[in-house]
Design a protein around this ligand. Sequence first.
Ligand SMILES: O=P(O)(O)OC[C@H]1O[C@H](O[C@H]2O[C@H](CO)[C@@H](O)[C@H](O)[C@H]2O)[C@H](O)[C@@H](O)[C@@H]1O
Length: 274
Amino acid sequence: MQQHLDYYSLVGFKPDSTLPDELDRLGLSAQQTALLVDFDGTLVDIAPTPGSIRVTSSDKALLDQLHARHGGALAIVSGRNLEEIVHYLDTFKGTISGGHGAELRRNARTLPGIDCNFDRLEHIKSAVMEFAVIDPRVIAEDKRFGIVLHFRQHPEVEGKVRDFVGCLIEDDEEFEMQSAKMAIEIKPKDVSKARAIERIMQFDEFRGRDIVFAGDDTTDEVAFAWVNGQGGTTIKVGEGVTAAQYRTANPASFKKWLRAQFNSAQLKLARQGN
Ligand SMILES: O=P(O)(O)OC[C@H]1O[C@H](O[C@H]2O[C@H](CO)[C@@H](O)[C@H](O)[C@H]2O)[C@H](O)[C@@H](O)[C@@H]1O
């Protein structure tokens, strides 16, 4: 516990600061804020399998409202394949980063993905797929720029999965292991959500704005650190040690907070009109 407190006093953040009710209280305004949001565990609830998540029409409507409120400076920054996010958020008009930053889509146009050693990746994928066939307690999720082994249904195999992936990519120059929620992933070393956000912030509609980034997983921590360094605002959704400045309990409370921002902005506009 002492170590925990020392860490946060060192970086200057309180891990359990209550999420303020309004961005305004942070000295931010929607007109000057770029909102970047993780997908699984932040916008949608964690589900038993990658394919069983639920995106509601009210989630999509909220994103539409936020897109307008932030003048287009709204992005989803996900570890999932870009095409999956496009599928789930079929009406979304904002920017999307997929594959932990390997893929990017803006103005309904998919930009060229990163370059990586696809031959090597195919060999890695074959080995991982075979592992999942031999031990069906795990689910292999094939991605364009990596592969994931999920063990949510059988947490007891985590050690076995970790050892296998560790051996498979030991000393690999291009690919690395990344831990996620009940999953171990292999991804190119030079992609990260921090880099994704850095790239997104260069787009015209984002440039110069204050960054607000919300995420729930260990894969979001590198982005929290980067956004903190830029003077931005970071929000952790759920439990766990984090470098984020604020915390909210779950996707429902996060979306409630976002809706309150939208409603209060509408209210202010209405009052100004009177
Ligand atoms: O960066 P994100 O948008 O948060 O994506 C992170 C990973 O999310 C998915 O896996 C996680 O969510 C699943 C569905 O709730 C859950 O079953 C799994 O245990 C979680 O790890 C997705 O499958 C991965 O590809 C993403 O990298």
